[in-house]
Design a protein around this ligand. Structure first.
Ligand code: IMP
Length: 430
């Protein structure tokens, strides 16, 4: 049987440029489904002169005839999604229940989740995760604890008793920690006054998707965050709370690895990280950091925080690619490195304690903090690649680096992104 499902995943700590790749590919699909995370994501899409920042809504929203689905295992901020839809509409993007579906089963994020997120961070002190403050951890805690409110509860107006329970629990904690309590009546009234604006979008996405997959429709799975922020597999505890690896999508839809035709893993030609946690290849050179931050606009799309920057790390990329069954890479932001004299790529780790080789991915933050990266050095290409649309336009020094990555990882590079705009993308012919 022909396989009709593909996926686009981040292979690092998020911000790899997945949104742009999904936007560029979406027109080849009937449906695009975001499968994890919530308002913590910030997918930046540049269309013409307009920059859009998507937090919940899949990046297929700009392609006509594509149905965009926010998957069941995403958490959806009730007030922020209404705002996101309104802003996109105000910018001329067509959004209706015909091209956007929310899932009946998705857990709802409410203001007390954000307060709880902030309180948890405050209590951690120096060990704080550095979350986006979007209430993601507490909302996923509801999912796992089988409590809280779902979008279905809002759609069929059965949320009030559950809300009362949640607010009671939250206020008891808030009192204990001298935090501001939530007014149940105000929150309930606020939700009631707005629920009609999103109810038409809320549907049984699982049945919709399974039926359409069976009918041969094409589905693109859109990951948020990145594999290293996966709640189970990432650099715990400095991770997000969702399943950002392909497994999140497979479990949500009841699919197997072999159902996926193609998994495109997205990575920049360098690395970034927002929030805390070990980052072995992080730049220590202040000037280099500011060049990359400036040229790469490495400031969070959701929080505006400056992203930490470093070299690409192949040992981790190899493992993450194999775990996710990545069949091709999209390498993004190559143009950001255009001015550098020298490019480094980490090709191995040794243990900081005994100088022994570490041939595997150190699967938690603690282990990751205990490695020393070894680098292969390449001459910089020192010429402009920004906006290139054909591989032949790329300088040979850059092509050598790309070949090195393919050889080391045994994963072919299918896309090379040379700028923020949709058309600034090279499709490498096999
Ligand atoms: P949370 O997802 O807000 O709980 O944050 C947990 C960690 O994931 C923090 O280090 C965040 O900076 C990071 N994070 C969450 N979402 C994203 C994203 O979309 N891009 C980059 N980092 C993210």
């Amino acid at each position: 049987m022909k396989k009709n499902i593909s996926a686009v995943l981040g292979l690092s700590w998020g911000d790899e440029g997945k949104g742009k790749i999904v936007d560029a590919l979406a027109h080849e699909f009937d449906m695009v489904m975001r499968f994890n995370g919530g308002g913590n994501a910030g997918h930046t899409i540049v269309l013409g002169e307009t920059t859009f920042k998507l937090h919940h809504i899949p990046a297929g929203i700009f392609s006509p005839n594509v149905t965009n689905i926010i998957g069941r295992k995403c958490v959806v901020d009730f007030f922020d999604i209404i705002e996101e839809i309104t802003q996109l509409k105000n910018n001329g993007v067509e959004i209706s229940p015909h091209n956007l579906m929310l899932s009946y089963d998705s857990q709802v994020v409410l203001p007390y989740h954000k307060q709880m997120d902030a309180l948890r961070e405050k209590m951690r002190g120096n060990g704080k995760v550095g979350t986006t403050g979007r209430g993601i951890g507490p909302a996923y805690a509801d999912l796992i604890s089988r409590v809280g409110i779902t979008l279905g509860d809002i759609a069929n107006n059965s949320f009030k008793e559950k809300l009362a329970n949640e607010v009671r629990v939250f206020n008891a904690i808030a009192r204990e920690f001298q935090e501001v309590e939530i007014s149940l009546s105000e929150l309930e009234a606020h939700i009631s006054s707005l629920r009609h604006s999103i109810t038409p979008f809320i549907t049984d996405s699982y049945s919709f998707l399974r039926k359409n997959i069976a009918a041969g429709k094409k589905l693109l799975l859109e990951g948020a965050q990145g594999a290293l922020l996966d709640a189970y597999f990432g650099t715990r505890p400095f991770v997000s709370s969702s399943l950002a690896c392909i497994h999140g999508a497979l479990l949500d839809l009841g699919l197997a690895f072999q159902d996926i035709a193609e998994t495109i893993g997205v990575t920049k030609l360098y690395n970034t990280r927002v929030g805390n946690g070990a980052f072995p290849t992080e730049f220590h050179d202040e000037q280099l950091r500011s060049v990359i931050q400036g040229r790469g606009k490495e400031f969070g799309a959701t929080t505006g925080r400056a992203r930490r920057c470093g070299w690409l790390d192949l040992p981790t990329l190899k493992v993450v690619s194999s775990v996710n069954n990545v069949s091709a890479f999209a390498i993004t932001k190559v143009d950001v490195l255009d001015t550098l004299d020298e490019i480094q790529i980490c090709d191995s780790f040794v243990s900081l304690s005994d100088d022994e080789d570490i041939p595997y991915y150190p699967g938690s933050d603690e282990y990751f903090a205990g490695v020393l990266p070894r680098y292969k050095k390449f001459a910089g290409w020192k010429s402009a690649t920004a906006g290139a649309v054909k591989k032949e336009q790329l300088p040979s020094d850059l092509v050598s680096i790309l070949h090195f990555i393919e050889k080391e990882t045994t994963v072919p590079i299918k896309f090379i992104s040379t700028g923020a705009k949709r058309e600034e993308l090279i499709r490498v012919e096999p």
